[in-house]
Design a protein around this ligand. Structure first.
Ligand SMILES: *Cc1c(COP(=O)(O)O)cnc(C)c1O
Length: 833
């Protein structure tokens, strides 16, 4: 597909010298970009200052970017490919400044232009190419791989429109498109010369080749071109720049010739539009699938283009002996979204490289690895067989064959167990046949991992139990993490400086060293404690300003900042938080103010546009906030705000300012959570259920520094058979009061009845999230929070201990475990260390 590109014209490679990083040179480069490249002079919009600065920094990544590519492409070098439909990157400028270690000269350089760095950096749009935790995890992984110098290449989709922008109107969520690429994106390099062709539709032809072997051709297809855009992923002060390769869909060049010649030029251009639809928009569903054809197209588009690209890179090094392929490749699939890669690699090896089934299967099943992110049934991907037949007929044939051979293996192990065969079949039988993508992922992979200890255990005990009995060795746990560069060093410079002053700065690349802070939590270090509080206070002022600007609500930085930000979902139980807020409000109204602590409750998050209940919960939060914040009786004791458009760049302000982190999902439902880790690192205390990585946080920091409440996962399962929410209402006066206050319309005078659906859901014996079962235990834990907050010296010690115990939750540790157990790559050893 590259024949019309002249990438083989010889040229003299000029050696690249690293650029100077002093303030003067940076300033001159900045000026040159602004004037000579962007054509902007005095008094331009600040977005151009951002662009000029971004190009200035990008230049400083190029030498190491080229060098890193060169090292990773050495013959025989094993590489990992992280395939994900989502990379929730956020902004890049501040992160690259940190990694390049040129923050100070850059600030100095900008002084000459009468502008400050923060103002310029805030002009960058978030790269919102993900929904929530799953996409953010992929971005944190990329950061850690670069810092660890692991040869890992990220593959994703360059969505023209990322995660929608959320506005709040009259308390309701309004979605607006996020055209983040409207202005040129300085952090990408288009590499059209490496475009790949991806097939859709058509039909298959079976034939015998010249050696008499059964072969298959996939013909009559409508092809789409995948054009790669590379984003640099810098490591932390280590001269390494890895690559995130994002695919954009465009029409193939020859598509229009026939139609063009027939005079239907506009129809021909239509086809181009149609092709470009594939990478037009990110599906805004977190933890649920909607089965749309375009989504399946996106998944195959990513899988096919990426595999072809990996093969191209490998063959370009002179490799043709496919018996060596598996030893040099591992493809990590982030959830089932890219799982069609299993069938696609089979197709490429057989139909295009001429391998037989056995040989192709040995390769495929030895280089695919799958990460599961959820047990929620509504999130498990199943694709209608008829859709597959229409869109990817050759892939469906291969999936049928994988399934037939797999079921033979199952019936050898368990002869006559037809019920088990039915359960384990990749094809779900029934009136509407479906392909179970998680089953395809397990069968096609040598490694299957969950994302926290509890989650991985629940997988092998429950959903994946049959497969675990067949292949116990495939299953493993890799507890998630977050990158301390973005989430501490970049987001919380005040705390970073304070920590480094006491324990040096090598904790930024070895987070376990934060444990050295533990002795500083002892009472005799009261001066350190005072500074710790000062830093938190300054961060709270910064957040209070944001809340004022975005919500018009006054947060007093002396009050307890109680924060829950994450996607809005019933299982995450923002409703439980809200019931507590209403309970606090009633206490004020009733004058029950014993051991009261003033609180500012901040809630934020997006609801999937089709998720009516989640959207109504947003309305309820805003309605309660409106009443609480304007009731004179409340008198500053309680403030409630819903921060609109929660995203990576807002979390960078929120996490460093939180005192209390709300991690209150129904036990067994939150696979891991990573928001919980960002808060912990930044010194917040957690109020949480025994769920996901909360459990590991609790173990790391100790029970006395964590507010644990609620049912355990096995309690939840047991109670499900006999759940009686009315029982709790009858026996708990406070809960009854809260429910009645919402029911009577106190928070929705002008829109009667709008919250009935919310109350009915939590009062139903079928409420899967069992919100009311945990109410009392939650309220009690919150009282312990208030009591603890009264003793600021004690709270500070607990805060320090949370940060000091958070070392395990660095994605550096997570990546080291992936590498040790799954990828087995050799980190690149650059000169200098
Ligand atoms: C960390 C993060 C998440 C994940 O939060 P959870 O509390 O683990 O669900 C979601 N969105 C953004 C923007 C984040 O930064």
């Amino acid at each position: 597909m590259t024949e019309h590109f002249s990438d083989h014209i010889p040229y003299v490679a000029i050696p690249l010298d690293p650029l100077s990083n002093d303030a003067e040179t940076l300033g001159a480069d900045f000026q040159r970009y602004l004037s000579y490249h962007l054509g902007r002079f005095q008094g331009c919009r600040p977005v151009y200052l951002y662009q000029a600065l971004a190009y200035t920094l990008r230049d400083r990544l190029m030498v190491d970017w080229r060098g890193t590519w060169g090292e990773y492409l050495q013959p025989g070098k094993r590489r990992a490919y992280y395939m994900s439909l989502e990379f929730l990157i956020g902004r890049s400028l501040g992160n690259n400044l940190l990694n390049l270690d040129i923050c100070e000269p850059t600030k100095t350089a900008l002084l000459n232009y009468c502008t400050d760095l923060e103002e310029v950096a805030s002009q960058e749009p978030d790269a919102g190419l993900g929904n929530g935790g799953l996409g953010r995890l992929a971005a944190c992984f990329m950061d850690s791989c670069a810092t660890l110098r692991l040869p890992v290449l990220g593959y994703g989709i360059r969505y023209e429109y990322g995660m929608f922008r959320q506005h709040i109107e009259n308390g309701y969520q309004i979605e607006n498109p996020d055209h983040w690429l409207r202005d040129p994106n300085p952090w990408e390099v288009e590499r059209a010369e490496y475009s790949q062709r991806v097939q859709f539709g058509g039909h298959t032809e079976h034939f015998l080749d010249h050696r008499g072997r059964q072969r298959v051709r996939w013909v009559g297809t409508n092809d789409v071109l995948a054009v790669p855009f590379d984003m640099p992923v810098s490591g932390y002060k280590n001269d390494t720049v890895n690559t995130l390769r994002l695919w954009k869909a465009t029409a193939t060049d020859e598509f229009n010739l026939d139609e063009f010649n027939a005079g239907s030029y506009t129809e021909a251009v239509e086809a181009k539009n149609h092709a470009e639809h594939i990478s037009m928009v990110l599906y805004p569903n977190d933890s649920s699938e909607n089965g749309k054809e375009l989504r399946l197209r996106q998944q195959y588009f990513l899988a096919s283009a990426s595999l072809k690209d990996a093969i191209r890179l490998w063959e370009r090094q002179g490799n043709h002996d496919y018996s060596k392929f598996a030893a040099e490749h591992v493809f990590q699939m982030n959830d089932t979204h890219p799982t069609i890669a299993v069938a696609e690699l089979m197709r490429l090896l057989m139909d295009e490289k001429g391998l037989g089934w056995e040989e192709a299967w040995a390769i495929t099943s030895n280089c695919m690895a799958y990460t599961n992110h959820t047990l929620l049934p509504e999130a498990l991907e199943r694709w209608a067989v008829h859709l597959f037949a229409k869109l990817l007929p050759r892939l469906l044939e291969i999936i049928y064959e994988i399934n037939a051979r797999f079921l033979r293996e199952v019936s050898m192990k368990w002869p006559g167990d037809t019920e088990r065969l039915r359960r384990m079949s990749i094809i779900e039988e029934g009136p509407r046949q479906q392909v179970r993508m998680a089953w395809l992922a397990i069968v096609g992979s040598f490694s299957v991992n969950g994302v926290a200890a509890l989650h991985s255990q629940l997988l092998v005990d429950g959903l994946f139990h049959d497969f675990y009995e067949l292949w116990p060795e495939k299953f493993n746990n890799k507890t998630n993490g977050v990158t301390p560069r973005r989430w501490v060093a970049h987001a919380n410079p005040g705390m970073t400086a304070l920590i480094s002053e006491h324990i040096g700065d090598s904790w930024v690349r070895d987070l376990s060293q934060l444990a050295k802070l533990k002795p500083l939590a002892e009472p005799e270090h009261s001066a350190f404690h005072a500074r710790w509080r000062e830093v938190k206070y300054a961060n709270k002022q910064r957040l209070a300003a944001l809340v004022k600007k975005e919500c018009g609500v006054d947060f007093n930085p002396h009050a307890l900042f109680d924060v829950q930000v994450k996607r809005i979902h019933e299982y995450k139980r923002q409703l439980l938080n809200l019931l507590h807020v209403v309970h606090l409000y009633r206490r004020i109204k009733l004058g029950k103010l014993d051991h009261w602590a003033d609180r500012c409750v901040l809630i934020g998050g997006k609801a999937a546009p089709g998720y009516a209940m989640a959207k109504r919960i947003i309305k309820l939060i805003n309605s309660v906030a409106e009443v609480v914040n304007t009731d004179p009786d409340v008198d500053g004791r309680l403030k409630v705000a819903f921060i609109p458009n929660y995203r990576v760049s807002s979390m960078e302000v929120i996490a460093p300012a939180a005192n209390l982190s709300e991690q209150i999902s129904t036990a067994g439902k939150e696979a891991s959570g990573t928001g919980n880790m960002k808060f912990m690192m930044n010194g917040a205390l957690t109020i949480g259920t025994y769920d996901g990585a909360n459990i590991e946080i609790l173990e790391a920091v100790g029970e006395s520094n964590f507010f644990l409440f609620g049912l355990r996962a096995d309690d939840v399962d047991e109670l499900r058979h006999c759940y009686r929410p009315w029982h709790y209402v009858e026996h708990d006066e406070d809960l009854r009061g809260v429910i009645e206050l919402i029911r009577c319309g106190h928070f929705n005078m002008t829109e009667p009845g709008i919250f009935d659906m919310v109350l009915d859901a939590i009062l139903s014996p079928h409420d899967p999230w069992m919100t009311l079962a945990d109410f009392r235990s939650y309220v009690n834990a919150q009282e312990q929070v208030s009591i603890a907050w009264q003793d600021q010296e004690h709270w500070t010690r607990m805060s320090i201990l949370n940060t000091a115990s958070s070392g395990f939750f660095s994605t550096d540790r997570t990546m080291e475990e992936y590498n040790r157990d799954i990828w087995k790559l050799t980190p690149e050893n650059r000169n200098g260390d």
